[in-house]
Write a protein that binds this ligand. Sequence first.
Ligand code: ATP
Ligand code: MG
Length: 391
Amino acid sequence: MNEAVYLVKIGELMLKSGNLKDFEQRLVQNARLLIEGTGSRVSLRAGRMYVEGPEQAAASIEFMLNHLVGITGWARATVVSKDIDSIKEAVLAEALKAKEAGYKTFKIEARRSDKSFALNSYEIARLAGEAVYDRGIMAVDVHHPEIEIAVEVRERCFVYGNEHKGHRGLPPGTGGKALLLLSGGIDSPVAGYRMIRRGMKIDCLYFHSHPYTSPEAQQKVEDLAQNLALYGLGTHLNIVPFTAVQQRIRDSAPPDHATVLLRICMMKVANMLCPVVSAKAIITGESLGQVASQTIENLTVTNSSAAYPVLRPLIGLDKEEIIATAKQIGTYDISILPYEDCCVLFSPKHPILRADPAVCMEIYNKMEIDEMLLEAFNNREHKRFGFRNRL
Ligand code: ATP
Ligand code: MG
């Protein structure tokens, strides 16, 4: 029976010699979890990961590889017997496929880690390359080929064309857990993805203001959580009702301080939730200077109310860069749907740009809002999002 075989490249893991074993094991474990039930196998050998399964599992395997964090690239490979004629034949097949797809120039990239194979990598590349251009399929371009066809002679012999890029980073589960403040905007899902790529697992926290915010606004957040779950091996979304809190801020605080106070309140609730979900840090989608509430002074005020480190992976990125990532991971189209999240509705026209921590705390204390925050926390809802592909 014909099996689908995938060769997977592991990048950054190679650098972490100290805990390489843990990272590798976690990566394999994550890959196995993602394709459980498809009859596929995952194995690791000499710095390469292999995924093999029945042909009907191919789509699931590719979906998995497109979401697996911790790999630099992957390709579907043909396994051939270790002789140059079989290699040539497989290379020719790849070249014909490439030509059909419109490629005009190629290069053979040969590797031989099995030194018992009679030809060295240079000879393999030359002979396989000749087979392609002698038939006039494509022209050779060793410097800027449109496609590389790879031959790897290892314990088995692999031939593959089209290599796909991986998400790089470290396997989620190796870097502890954090709580992501997830809104329906463009930034916070990207912030979550960035930290997943540093090996973190994430749980999410969303504040809604029904009836000021619509069910559609919450649905957006749920869809975003579902998207992140695919990269981060599942997530839990905690939904906290914040209407009363927003109203209290509106009624008892100077309007220009409303946004900063709302951030403080969000942090206080995040502080309550972190120990419950075993999170060691809080993630937000803030980026320095992007909006009035995101000046260094205002971020400092928010920080002073957080009992955990606040991670802001987007802090030094501009909107274009954030959007590029959002498009790449599939959250952009969800985020740009028009339904507004709670902050927009209660935002002051002229928010304070450089809030003073002491003044903010004074206003905060006067609001007597702690009990209300505890009540909001206790009234939270909870939804779980799985990571299995939904093909
Ligand atoms: P985003 O695109 O993530 O909504 P933003 O540029 O709109 O960010 P703000 O509205 O100032 O910025 O929010 C800053 C951060 O605060 C968000 O990135 C998110 O982490 C958090 N946040 C804002 N609103 C909410 C909410 N309703 N629920 C949970 N977190 C929120
Ligand atoms: Mg927002």
